[in-house]
Structures are given as C-alpha cells and as structure tokens.
Design a binder for this molecule. Structure first.
Ligand code: NAP
Length: 273
C-alpha cells in the first residue's frame, strides 16, 4: 500500500477542476506539493489555502505545458530548488467539442500539445529521476473517452487513447523498477471543462472532483494499474468496444454526443489559453 504522508507530489493543471481536487486530497493525506499550471495567481491562492489547513510544503511553478519549453522549465526549476518528486500526477488537459472541420483548429492543436506532448515530456523529465532512485509513481489522467472514438470530440478522445496506450506500455516496461504507473479514467466530472463553449454536462450525471480525486488516490495506493474513479456506469461505458465492432460503437457514441448537442457546440466568451 503506497503511503502519501511525507512524500512530494507534483500535480499539473492544479489551478482548477480535478487538478485542484487532487492537490487538496494529496495535502489532506500529508503529501508535500508542487502545483503546476499557467495561472500562477490561482495556484498561489490554492497554495495559501493548503498551507493554512495542512502542515505540508507547497510550491508553485507557473508553466505552459503546450510548449515543449514548459516541462523543461519545470524540471530545471525543481533541480534548482533541490526538489525530488515522488509522485507525478499528469492531470493538465483540455479538449475541443464539436464537429472537427468547423471548430477552431488552434484549440485542437493545443489539446494535443498539452494532453499528449506535455504529458509525455513531463513523464520523461520527472520520471527519469524516479528511475534513478528506484522509486516513485506516475498517475496519468486519461478518461473513459480513451476507449473508443468519439465523434464531435474526435481529437480529444484520440489524445486520451494515447494516454491509455502510453501508460499501459510504461506500466509493463517499468515493472520491477520501483516506479509504478497508473492511468486514471474519470467519466463526466463537474469541472469547468466545457467553460467557454455552449456544451454542458448533465448535472445529474457528473461526479464531484473531490470524490474522483480521492478514489484515484485510493486506487494508486493499492497498486492498481488502472483507476475508474467515477460512478460504475462510466466504467461500464468502456466495455462495449470489447464486444462490438468498433464501427458500431463509434456510431453509438456519435448518437450519444448528438443527443448531448455536441454536434452544434460553439465557443462562447474567451476560450481558455
Ligand atoms: N471534467 C471531466 O468530465 C473529465 C473527464 C475525464 C477526464 N478529464 C481529464 O481531467 C483533466 C482535468 O480536467 P478538468 O475537467 O479539471 O478541466 P479544467 O477544469 O478545465 O482544468 C484544466 C487544467 O489544465 C490546466 N491547463 C490547461 N492548459 C494548460 C497548459 N497549456 N499548460 C499548463 N496547464 C494547462 C488548466 O490550468 P491553466 O488554465 O491555469 O493553465 C487547469 O488547471 C484533463 O486531463 C481532462 O481531460 C476530465
């Protein structure tokens, strides 16, 4: 059973949503923290809240993980401060919703940059130290979207399929090294994920970030290689692709996303980043 107390955890995308919940839950369990995202003021506010409530060391590093220079700057700053990370929570992520050809391309490219390239670079740069020390852990936040193609969230689901495949492969490569990798697959979670779009989640069918974070950390502590931290229905939604032809599942998913109105999704206000 992995213990969090006294270890140092780095959480990406900690400024809001699930990342904020992971940071709070890790602090509650006694882990020291490094909080990473672009919004340094939001991270500083969270760090102050955490320091006031818990006796844990909490540091903030502002970085844009869509830029390859971002993960490098984080690794250099950790080295400069002499901080060794025991647990990396690769949570930062974003997606685009709507038909691929009519939605802004920049948001989709940025999603690949953060969800795929940023996650891979952070894993390599921070994981290398763990491998040298022969101990550590990495939680990669994927999604139930990782398991099947998702029309109207096409590029987003593809980034999460990368996270699933990459994490499973690393779990096997690192067996016996003392470094444990787990992929987490939340379903719809009540965060600002769809802020600045007309898409909305069905409030009756979303999980709370706090519960999702706690369940993820419980699963990691038990040495699981995959975590399904949402309600059982979300886990069951990953099964049809095992039994049905992929084209059938993709058409079913297209129907569900049309039902949610995702085929008509538009941006409103200022898109993130
Ligand atoms: N909410 C859901 O239903 C759901 C379901 C399954 C999986 N997930 C996954 O859970 C993770 C967290 O999502 P969320 O729902 O909590 O979304 P969110 O509320 O929008 O938070 C996203 C986080 O990612 C950070 N981020 C975005 N772009 C970044 C960049 N270029 N560099 C550094 N950090 C960046 C944001 O911080 P800044 O804007 O300050 O940079 C923010 O802290 C994502 O990987 C998402 O795919 C979410």
């Amino acid at each position: 059973m992995h213990r969090y107390r006294g270890t140092t955890a780095l959480v990406t995308g900690a400024s809001k949503g699930l990342g904020r919940a992971y940071a709070q839950e890790l602090a509650r369990r006694g882990a020291h923290l490094v909080l990473v995202a672009r919004s340094a003021p939001a991270l500083e506010r969270l760090a102050s809240e955490i320091r006031a409530e818990h006796h844990v060391d909490t540091r903030v590093i502002g970085a844009d993980l869509s830029d390859p220079a971002g993960p490098t700057a984080v690794a250099e700053e950790l080295h400069r401060q002499g901080v060794a990370v025991d647990l990396l929570v690769n949570n930062a992520g974003l997606g685009s919703v709507g038909p691929f050809f009519t939605r802004p391309l920049a948001q989709q490219v940025r999603s690949v940059d953060v969800n795929v390239n940023g996650l891979m670079l952070m894993t390599r740069l921070i994981g290398a130290g763990m491998l040298e020390r022969g101990s550590g852990g990495i939680i990669n936040v994927a999604s139930t979207a990782a398991f099947q193609p998702m029309p109207y969230q096409a590029s987003y689901a593809a980034t999460k399929a990368f996270v699933l495949s990459f994490s499973e492969a690393l779990t096997a490569e690192l067996r016996g090294t003392g470094v444990h990798v787990m992929a987490a697959h939340p379903g719809a979670t009540d965060t600002g994920f769809f802020d600045h779009t007309t898409a909305v989640m069905d409030a009756k069918r979303t999980d709370s970030p706090t519960r999702v974070a706690a369940k993820t950390l419980d699963d990691f502590a038990r040495g699981r290689t995959a975590s399904y931290p949402g309600r059982p229905l979300f886990r069951a939604s990953t099964w049809p692709v095992r039994f049905l032809p992929r084209t059938t599942v993709t058409r079913m998913t297209a129907g569900l996303n049309r039902h949610m109105g995702f085929h008509e999704a538009q941006d409103v206000g200022t898109p993130a980043g």
